[in-house]
Design a protein around this ligand. Structure first.
Ligand code: SAM
Length: 294
């Protein structure tokens, strides 16, 4: 679609792009191709799209996959989508906030698919919910078998970071799979143009997980504590973040074979695992599990 066509559709329905909902519509056909290619869609696939907008990507997904669940929050866009795809019974349009949707449950209720359930997620994500949306997807049971996202380029790079430059989201995503930037996308590919560049990011679950973490929430509480004061050395960041005496933290870091003066961003996933195992044997693990939500 050209920018003027998108404008015309929006005007015809009295809709203005809502910045708060990250409404930057994708115009570039090549980028649509790259997203669909990265998703490696098969005719039997079930795909979940977050924020279908005017349906540019939705139409492509329907061409390549068996069924599409599209979750859109905006009332007016849902109306436009309902009209555009009125005769499409392979599409389930869900009018809701993706963060409140139990994706596997919606799919099961609609299609009663064979178990174990397999589905992919593809989205041009609204920038404001990038992190919560990714966390929400990874917490789903089962999580998606492949995720392809168009996100802010800087966020894509942060997610694909290596030790030395790690952050909380990178640890969470890399625990699940291997992130890879598939393409860079200039602001001119959207209407209206965002202020920043974007990138297509694919995340493929590990076949053999690089670390074995049974209690992901407990593990992430430790990692979060480490990153809460990321400029600090680990011994100080963890003592403050976990409300533990510094000597105790130093002892555990030593037990995990990690120099206590290092910073959270330098740790690899394997080192977080070593540290987690050291902490899991202390009273911190049981008290933090009790105090934790869910
Ligand atoms: N997929 C379309 C495209 O590529 O042109 C639109 C993408 S636009 C960047 C983001 C879309 O997500 C908008 O349609 C917006 O209304 C929708 N959206 C924003 N927040 C949402 C949420 N919490 N749940 C579901 N959809 C949301």
């Amino acid at each position: 679609m050209k920018a003027r066509e998108v404008r015309a559709i929006l005007e015809a329905h009295g809709v203005r792009p809502r910045k708060g909902l990250g409404q930057n519509f994708l115009l570039d056909e090549t980028v649509l191709d790259r997203i669909v290619e990265a998703a490696q869609l098969e005719p039997q696939d079930i795909v979940v799209e977050i924020g279908p907008g005017l349906g540019a990507l939705t139409a492509r997904l329907l061409e390549h996959a068996g069924h599409v669940v599209a979750v859109e929050l905006d009332d007016k866009l849902v109306e436009i989508l309902r009209r555009r795809f009125a005769s499409e019974d392979r599409l389930l349009l869900v009018h809701d906030d993706i963060l409140r949707v139990n994706v596997p449950q919606v799919i099961r209720e609609w299609l009663s698919p064979p178990e174990p359930l397999r589905y992919k997620v593809v989205a041009n994500l609204p920038y404001s919910i990038t992190s919560p949306a990714i966390n929400h997807l990874l917490e789903s049971r089962p999580p998606p078998e492949r995720i392809v996202l168009l996100v802010q380029r800087e966020v894509a790079e942060r997610i694909a970071a290596r030790p030395g430059d790690m952050n909380l989201l990178a640890v969470r995503v890399q625990l699940y799979g291997q992130p890879r930037i598939v393409a860079r996308v200039p602001a001119s590919a959207f209407y209206p143009r965002p202020k920043v560049e974007s990138a297509v990011l694919e995340i493929v679950p590990h076949v053999i997980p690089p670390v074995r973490v049974e209690d992901v929430r407990g593990f992430m509480r430790l990692v979060e504590a480490g990153f809460r004061q990321r400029r600090k050395q680990l011994r100080n960041a963890l003592a403050a973040g976990l409300s533990l005496p510094k000597q105790e933290v130093e002892r555990l870091l030593e037990a995990a074979n990690i120099d206590s003066r290092r910073r959270a961003e330098t740790l690899s996933l394997q080192e977080w695992e070593q540290l987690y195992r050291a902490f899991a044997s202390t009273t911190w693990a049981s008290t933090s599990a009790k105090g934790a939500p869910g």
